[in-house]
Design a protein around this ligand. Structure first.
Ligand code: 3DD
Length: 424
């Protein structure tokens, strides 16, 4: 008799890839000392025993280290990917072999994507762990019967937190969520240094073009845009940024980055990357103004920043030039190259952020699960922050792992900081 969907304990592309996946995960573990220290510390006391964690987050070698750490701390785990193009099938295979209820494979259809999330919810989680809020939305809109069993959830990324805050403001959020993105050891490292390096990694793997001397346009100069601009500048590109926020545009200007509107940048750019979290950032009139050979991609969480429907409406023909690189020949004769189908190029065309930076992001995810297990029932149905002191703890472990020392304030200095009895 065939196995029903609910009885499935995993669905991955190819279980025979597990050995390759284990090597990738070992590679990541050797570069994630903060998570490994947390794993060693809590393997004994198993504070997450009894917790069933459903995760919806890119299935990468770094995520596997987080999953193994959650399991070591006593949790049972079910997992799906949070983007149809970001799952590393070898990693998914390795985790499935380790008993993780893994439902993820590269190249999922939209139907596959939601079917996978639903399978991880058959597991009736007590905690949810999100990157982009697709899981928590699925619970709210399709599986509200699960609310009673869920203590709370966490959210990894900027746009996910924005949406959950809006949901909470409307009184629609039905359980507490920890904004992992808002931890300094997440956003000020992952979003800047992680996105900067991994996005260029994705662009170079998909095109192998020379960046030096190219006009490199970042749509957005937030933490992600700034990281991409910084790394492109390091590769010798002429960086241009477009913004809607005056303070961000001013920062770019003072960093020596040219600021233009997208209408102006479209005419001169050679490589475009959207980093805004907004929709319709590059639309028909921009594509029509672009130079022959322009390369466009996105590193925002959702695939709505490049309006590909607009691009298709002015396209004469298409062909796949190489993995994650499709050539669109427009009616005006110019060719435009779209990377990773407009989805996040760092994870779809490369491996996402390096292990060293995800180490801190995921230490925050781990702590969020611990905080919810410990006192989630006392938190209101809103978006909550992690304790600020956690950032220093995570950063200190990271510093120690890098053999870097810190000075320590003397008692006199501590007293001086708040002494208002003396002036200069
Ligand atoms: N994200 C980037 N690289 C990742 C990796 N290597 N593994 C898992 C997830 C990864 C996504 C994060 O940047 C997330 O923090 C976000 O989307 O903000």
């Amino acid at each position: 008799m065939s196995t029903t969907a609910e009885e499935l304990t995993y669905k991955v592309a190819d279980l025979s890839l597990a050995d390759e996946g284990r090597l990738l995960i070992d590679w990541a573990e050797s570069r994630m000392p903060v998570l490994m220290q947390l794993r060693e510390k809590f393997a004994k006391t198993q504070p997450l025993k009894g917790q069933r964690i459903t995760g919806c987050l890119h299935v990468t070698k770094e995520t596997a280290v987080l999953i193994r750490t959650l399991v070591a701390a006593g949790a049972e785990v079910a997992w799906s990917g949070c983007n149809p193009l970001s799952t590393h099938d070898s990693v998914a295979a390795a985790l499935a072999e380790e008993g993780i209820r893994m439902f993820a494979w590269y190249g999922q259809s939209t139907e596959d994507f939601y079917w996978s999330i639903d399978r991880t919810l058959d597991f009736k989680p007590t905690l949810t762990l999100d990157d982009g809020a697709d899981l928590i939305f699925r619970v709210h809109f399709e599986h509200p019967h699960l609310f009673d069993g869920i203590i709370g959830g966490s959210e990894e990324t900027t746009t996910g937190v924005h949406r959950l805050r809006a949901m909470a403001a409307d009184g629609k959020l039905m359980y507490p969520v920890i904004a992992v993105n808002d931890a300094e050891t997440k956003w000020d490292f992952d979003n800047v240094y992680g996105t900067g390096q991994s996005s260029l990694d994705g662009i170079l793997r998909a095109t192998s073009v020379l960046l030096a001397g190219k006009n490199f346009v970042t749509a957005g100069y937030g933490h992600c845009g700034k990281g991409c601009a910084m790394r492109a500048k390091g590769m010798g590109a002429n960086v241009i940024t477009t913004e809607v926020k005056a303070t961000a545009a001013l920062k770019a200007t003072l960093e020596g980055v040219r600021v233009m509107t997208m209408d102006e940048a479209a005419k001169v750019g050679d490589v475009f990357i959207t980093t805004t979290g907004m929709k319709d950032v590059i639309v028909k009139r921009h594509f029509e103004s672009m130079k022959d050979g322009a390369i466009v991609c996105n590193t925002g969480h959702y695939d709505c920043e490049l309006n590909l429907a607009d691009l298709n409406s002015i396209t004469k023909s298409k062909r796949e030039m190489r993995a994650n690189c499709v050539e669109y020949t427009l009616h005006n004769g110019n060719r435009i190259y779209v990377l990773a189908e407009g989805r996040l190029v760092n994870l779809a065309a490369a491996e996402g952020h390096p292990s060293e930076v995800m180490d801190m992001s995921f230490a925050n995810q781990f702590q969020a699960m611990m905080m919810l297990a410990d006192r989630g029932k006392d938190l209101g149905n809103g978006v909550h922050e992690l304790p600020e002191e956690l950032d220093q703890e995570i950063a200190k472990i990271k510093m120690d792992s890098m053999g870097l020392g810190l000075d320590v304030l003397t008692p006199e200095q501590i007293a001086y900081a708040t002494d208002y009895s003396q002036g200069t």
